[in-house]
Design a protein around this ligand. Sequence first.
Ligand SMILES: Nc1nc2c(c(=O)[nH]1)N[C@H]1C(S)=C(S)[C@@H](COP(=O)(O)OP(=O)(O)OC[C@H]3O[C@@H](n4cnc5c(N)ncnc54)[C@H](O)[C@@H]3O)O[C@H]1N2
Ligand code: MOO
Length: 400
Amino acid sequence: MKALISSSEASKLILAEAQATPSIRCPLNRAAGRILREDIVADRDLPPFDRAMMDGYAIRTQNAEAKADFVVTGQAFAGSPQITLSEATSSAIEIMTGAPIPQGADAVIPYEWTKSTSNDAFTLTSNEPVSSGLYIHRRASDYPNGTVLVKKGTRLGPAEAGIAASCGYAEPIVNQLPRIAILGSGDELVPVETNPEPHQIRQSNAFAVENALANAGYPVGKVAFLSDDESAARPELEAIIGESDIIIISGAVSKGRKDWVPNALNSIAENRFHGVAQRPGKPLGFWKHKDGSVIFGLPGNPVSSLVGTHRYILPYLNAIAGKSESTIIQNVCLAATVQPLPKLTFFLPFRFNNDGNAIPAPVNNSGDYASLTGTVGFLEIPAGDKTHQPGETFPYYLWT
Ligand SMILES: Nc1nc2c(c(=O)[nH]1)N[C@H]1C(S)=C(S)[C@@H](COP(=O)(O)OP(=O)(O)OC[C@H]3O[C@@H](n4cnc5c(N)ncnc54)[C@H](O)[C@@H]3O)O[C@H]1N2
Ligand code: MOO
């Protein structure tokens, strides 16, 4: 490891390598979680016609004021073209939610406000005021044709997918997904379904990191394990680098005798940094391969791997995807005192209290992943000496 660099410097060096992935058209039903590379523009007024907001009767309000009996002269259904309310006094059209308001009608009275007097007649029984426009969702009252409804750079969540569909975007232009590989390392690791020997542990980091990425919209294409024996593992490492855009190696990046990964990477890729003044996750490293792929070396301790993923890898993925909000980092108020670390940026897990302030929830050490459950993410506390007081604000990152 070289001299430690600061967390913000590490982030800058990583983001300096963030080149946008190509834009592609993707069928809407497979675009969930992708980042829009085009604006979604209304191709018609929203709503596109005056539509009924209740099941009931479309009438002229002047007749309602007279407390007249109404005669039903027709029916209007959603999906049927607009019809006309006859000019005869007291005529009404029975109408369903979503149907076009008949020509000549200016209000919809819900069934609940009426009583049938015969098969095709009713009276008004409610004292509710019936004003012009009642239960009519007016054409263009939400957005006129041509309005940008969702901006380029937005993640396609459920609402955005619905909006894109209603505007005719069957195949919106979105980010192409990078090919991501996660590599675990360490001879102590055994598969999750195994009964470990006393000196073994079940591998957990790849699951945690893969989950974090998948939840954020970045599915992982490959997960593999490297042995601590460099000569056996190195060809596999090189093959995986050759077929991936982003390689995340968890473990074997520190100073142990079997921590061969950093030197191996140094010989095949350019090291941008190795060692960050932070806790947890000090031995974090970052390499750029000449064929364009990037390699993150996450420290193997589970808390360090997860914090590094959220603090550095997800912002990189958001940047290459073109996500516009990726640069916005929110701040939260402390609900309790926090002692910073003198020389290291401190990533401190926390929970929200009922007021939305942060209750620190420190882990025992960076192997203590069980303490993360119940936390929502972590605070970023800069290096310093002075105890921070409740009410002071700090940036935070949420688990995905
Ligand atoms: N002399 C020094 N020793 C260490 C330093 C240092 O600066 N000088 N840094 C320490 C810090 S901080 C960390 S963090 C660790 C990181 O070490 P490695 O990245 O080399 O990780 P490993 O040694 O392979 O593993 C650490 C720990 O995590 C467990 N592990 C690894 N992979 C997984 C996995 N996939 N699932 C679950 N658990 C995993 C592993 O068994 C170890 O217990 O180095 C310190 N040492
Ligand atoms: O910095 Mo290491 O990630 O704490 O154990």
